[in-house]
Design a protein around this ligand. Sequence first.
Ligand code: FES
Length: 106
Amino acid sequence: MAVVTFVSHDGEKHEAPLEEGCSLMQVAKNNAIPGIDGDCGGEAACGTCHVIVDPAWADKVGPSGPVEEEMLSMNPERQATSRLSCQIKASESWDGLTVQLPEFQM
Ligand code: FES
């Protein structure tokens, strides 16, 4: 089973099984990962699913799209590998993927 690790700002790790085709936000919600609210239901309109992808995984996960980019550009906690997890379609080939949660998303 492929696993993704969500790391909170204070270093606490939470693992969840990667479900092919599911968004990473949905994976987090399905597994009660703290800090991923997904308030807009995955429409790239709320920013409460912000994650910072481990730089080693950034190429595999891919870049943000234009709508996502607009939302991220308003986020003061944005970093170089920031993504909205609702816009990331999980792949079971990503076993070991690690994403960090920003400080103010707990
Ligand atoms: S769930 Fe709202 S932007 Fe991702």
